[in-house]
Design a protein around this ligand. Sequence first.
Ligand SMILES: [Zn+2]
Length: 62
Amino acid sequence: MRLSTATPTQARPRYFTPCAQCGDALLAPEWSEHVNERCVRHLWTCETCGYQFETTVYLGSK
Ligand SMILES: [Zn+2]
């Protein structure tokens, strides 16, 4: 018998964004907009407190 203490990686996303208001983890953006091929804007809505905010992600070149 083997006990696994590792957190299953499939259960969590690669990253999450904390709510800017209450700090709750937001798993997926409500809405995403590709500003250009290297810039993506995400609109987040917190289910806990209802706060909405935007983040802008710049995709780095490899
Ligand atoms: Zn919140």
